[in-house]
Design a binder for this molecule. Structure first.
Ligand code: FAD
Ligand code: FMN
Length: 817
């Protein structure tokens, strides 16, 4: 085969080397516009796993790269004159030049032809000149070839919000260093690490507006480097910052990171000598933000994959099949890393959300920013540091405004009989809201059970909610309960408009208070346009069957917008309807008070009545209660706020009241995360104590992006931008996830829904898996508790549980840091 690689970066050189080594009969040419020993950039980071891949693919260069690598274990974070250092992160760095030189020499050894100082303007002419059978477009992130065939590759390029510059220094950092410095215009951050005996990479990054406010766009490169030197002088120990990119073609100084992804990676050229595929590889095909250090890894692993696929295909490979396999496999891998990279990019772009946190929590948030590295991963990396952090959390219980309440944690009175090594894990720390103290951070999320009769709770509810109150969660939420008969979702939903309903609920509240250490909350909500539907195990959200025992009842909503073609069209509420509705909510609030509930939540999510006001997709009003776009948001929130305020006015001052919102409609033209911040701000001003952050279900067109903890980033943003407590919910299934959410300050509480349907004692069982003594079991169950702790302990000693955490940690490391 005649192969041409356009671009002599890691992707092109490594692919050339592997193909030539695999079959010396191939003619392989690498064409590079720069000189052989001339390249931009400083160090690059490789994980241990990537190194193993390199050793396997080509032991000779693998050994040379391994020898040249600088290992480090520690990450050190500097903020406001303090620093925190943790270990066990295990990465290694190598100079980019050194890496390229190793690959260039190795290419020459095996017979690859290297052509330098040739800037390829026309890939087709080059392919014709060399009579190429295969063209690899490995010409970097600004790929000319990708641009030329953009209609085929369909690149999606997202230029991110920050500006960054890739510098070097002879200050040798002994840890991977993240330094944050504030100026009069905003924050700058440096990502620095040593990659050989005398040099470190030093990347400086700042939001575009801060960069502009400092006039950096008008400065010569030397001036802007001098600016960075002054700003980060305290970390540089008198050493200079060095820019080695100014003289190179195609290099840039301060750039905005382009996140690149391509719909397809292969294009067929029709050339005089035949059909020739051109294939994207490395940064030309995809990029991953430098803050997770995976760009070079991806480029090298692309090369390994394609070379192996050719190797496995034998003498006369079916080019199309080979290239399709490469694209299919690699695009999945890339997507995983780009997901982790997106969270990391956004964390750095929005660092001001976190800079008011104490550095202990700030560091934890930074380390877990991609949501790939969990609490137990951190324990595996540095148990001593994590133990110290847990003790700090337990002493300080940091709040969303960055303040803390020292020494507020109390050990559980009837704790499990295990010799606890340290402080309670974050999920088991108490939370004080107004006069209410939750014993830990776990909430049984409100879940409709469709088992009420005429809105009255039954024995089922007593046993169902009672079991969950005994199961270790701090707060058990009763399902959405309606203030009016028509406000129920289904005929099986609970209501609170009469004495019988109130008495039924009081019986459950009394049980929870008398027999458990949990507290109990009520979620009040009206179904609006999604009412009069079948129960959950029939067809959810479908109208009642015409011939069933229950007739459909008329619906109310913000506007006459049906939830779906099959649903009834609701009547748009008049002002009189609104007043009546507000009063009904207030009457139910008084009943909730009389029933003895500890916590009240107003349901403003999921497309129900109050949500139908908030979303522009369902609110088409042109009065004071409607309005499109972000400008109309305040109007759309007016009625839900009116209801909230009226309820808050009668709800006891010492008891908390929260609101559940849909933080994203997941459809164009709907509310998004920016709107959610504004909605939360309005409820905060109205006296709301906590935002319960859900999303979607406001329209049938919604296309949510699911994944573990997928709604938690909204809770994080609202908590840390608005300064209000949040409850995270949605696909949180493990204590490990709850611990990292609470510890990082992404939320103050975690609501667990479906796992509590499977296991009423979810909190007790998850805590047993952690072998933590910091939870109280009902005394009737102590014998079961002791056995469970013993059995889990034995399993863990046998290595089973630790193995899973170690495997997850290895996977996280393989995806960057
Ligand atoms: C600030 C910064 C920090 C980074 N840090 C890391 C890190 O820590 N770890 C990591 O793994 N990655 C890091 N990366 C990313 C990494 O540099 C790239 O992902 C990696 O180099 C991709 O390799 P590549 O071969 O695809 O592209 P490149 O390395 O960009 O190579 C492309 C080559 O093609 C040449 N070329 C382009 N056009 C032409 C043309 N028309 N004719 C001839 N030659 C051409 C270029 O001169 C260049 O040599 C970082 C990137 C940046 C910007
Ligand atoms: C059977 C069922 C009923 C639900 N009923 C309600 C409800 O009454 N009120 C509410 O706000 N959310 C309700 N939800 C949503 C959950 O509270 C929760 O937000 C969602 O299930 C995501 O959490 P999970 O991934 O832990 O299940 C319900 C969910 C389920 C599975």
């Amino acid at each position: 085969m005649n192969i041409i690689c356009i671009g002599g970066g890691p992707a092109g050189l490594y692919f050339a080397l592997l193909m030539k080594q695999q079959d010396p009969a191939h003619r392989v040419v690498v064409v590079e516009r720069n000189r052989p020993f001339d390249t931009f950039g400083w160090g690059v980071v490789l994980s241990d796993q990537t190194l193993d891949n390199l050793r396997q693919a080509d032991p000779t260069s693998g050994a040379l790269i391994a020898d040249a690598l600088n290992h480090w274990d520690d990450i050190e974070v500097f903020l406001r004159g303090r620093s925190v250092r943790s270990g066990g992160h295990g990465f290694c760095g190598i100079g980019r030049k050194h890496l390229l030189n190793i690959l260039q020499e190795r290419c020459l050894q095996v017979g690859v032809e290297l052509v330098f100082e040739k800037d390829v303007a026309d890939d087709q002419a080059l392919a014709t000149e060399y009579q190429a059978d295969l063209v690899i477009a490995c010409d970097g992130l600004n790929s000319r070839i990708r641009t030329r065939y953009a209609d085929v590759f369909q690149p999606d390029i997202d230029n991110r919000q920050c500006r960054f510059v890739w510098l070097g220094t002879h200050k040798t950092f002994d840890a991977f260093t993240f330094a944050f410095e504030q100026t009069e215009h905003g924050w700058f951050q440096a990502h620095a690490y040593k990659f050989d005996d005398k040099t470190s990479t030093f990347i400086v990054e700042t939001p575009q507006e801060v960069w502009e406010a400092h006039g950096l766009q008008h400065m010569e490169p030397e001036q802007s480097v001098a600016f960075c030197e002054r700003l980060f002088a305290r970390y540089l120990g008198g050493h200079a910052l060095i820019n080695n990119a100014t003289h190179l073609r195609g290099s840039a100084n301060w750039i905005r990171f382009p996140r690149v992804m391509c719909k397809t990676w292969v294009h067929q050229l029709d050339l005089p000598h035949g059909r020739v595929p051109v294939v994207l590889m490395g940064d030309a095909a995809h990029t991953a933000h430098f803050s997770i250090g995976s760009g070079t890894k991806l480029a090298l692993e692309d090369a390994i994959d394609l070379a192996r696929t050719f190797g496995a295909a034998g003498e006369n490979p079916d080019m199309q099949v080979v290239l399709q396999q490469y694209e299919d496999r690699r695009s999945v891998e890339v997507l995983k890393i780009q997901n982790a990279a997106r969270n990391s990019t956004e964390w750095f772009e929005n660092v001001t959300r976190y800079t008011d946190m104490p550095i202990e929590q700030f560091t934890y948030s930074l380390l877990t920013r991609s949501q790939r590295i969990s609490h137990e991963n951190l324990r595996l990396r540095d148990a001593q540091w994590l133990g110290g952090f847990e003790a700090w959390m337990a002493r300080h219980l940091p709040r969303p405004d960055g303040s803390d309440t020292p020494d507020d944690a109390a050990p559980a009175a009837d704790a499990a009989p295990v010799a606890g090594a340290g402080a309670a894990p974050p999920m088991l720390l108490p939370l004080q809201v107004r006069g209410v103290r939750l014993k830990n951070r776990i909430v049984v999320s409100p879940m409709a059970t469709y088992s009420a009769v005429d809105g009255v709770v039954q024995d089922f509810h007593l046993v169902h909610l009672g079991a969950r109150a005994l199961g270790g969660a701090a707060l058990v939420m009763v399902e959405m309960t309606s203030p009016t008969p028509e406000g129920r979702i289904t005929p099986g939903c609970t209501g609170l408009w009469n004495d019988t309903q109130e008495a039924g609920l009081r019986r459950i509240v009394d049980f929870v208070h008398g027999q458990s250490s949990a507290l109990i909350g009520l979620q009040l909500g009206h179904s609006g346009p999604k009412g009069s539907t079948q129960v959950g195990w029939e067809i959810g959200d479908e109208p009642l069957p015409a011939d069933g025992p229950h007739a459909n009842w008329p619906l109310l909503a913000a506007s006459a917008v049906a939830y779906g073609a099959q649903n009834q069209t609701p009547a748009a509420m008049t002002r009189a309807d609104m007043e009546q509705m507000r009063d009904a909510f207030v009457a139910s609030t008084r009943r909730a008070m009389a029933a003895g509930f500890d916590w009240l939540e107003l349901h403003c999510a999921h497309g129900y009545l109050l949500a139908s006001f908030i979303s522009p997709l369902t609110n088409r009003r042109d009065d004071d209660y409607g309005g499109q776009g972000s400008a109309g948001l305040e109007n759309r929130c007016r009625f839900p706020l009116e209801v909230f305020r009226a309820m808050r006015a009668v709800w006891p001052q010492d008891k908390p009241m929260g609101v559940r919102i849909s933080a994203h409609d997941w459809v164009d033209g709907g509310n998004d995360a920016d709107d959610a911040v504004q909605i939360a701000r309005l409820f905060k001003q109205a006296g709301c104590d906590l935002i319960d952050v859900s999303s979607g279900q406001t329209t049938r067109d919604a296309r949510p992006v699911y994944g573990r903890m997928y709604q938690t980033p909204f809770a994080d943003r609202i908590r840390n931008e608005v300064g209000i407590r949040t409850m995270a919910v949605g696909a949180i299934t493990q204590a490990d996830q709850v611990n990292s959410i609470i510890a990082a300050g992404r939320a103050d509480l975690c609501a667990i829904a479906r796992p509590h349907l499977a296991d009423p004692a979810w909190t007790l069982h998850e805590t047993a898996a952690l072998q933590s003594p910091d939870v109280a079991w009902p005394r009737q169950y102590w014998a079961g508790r002791d056995q469970m702790y013993r059995e889990v302990g034995k399993l863990q000693q046998a290595g089973a549980a630790g193995g899973a955490v170690a495997a997850a940690d290895a996977a996280a490391k393989a995806q960057g840091f």
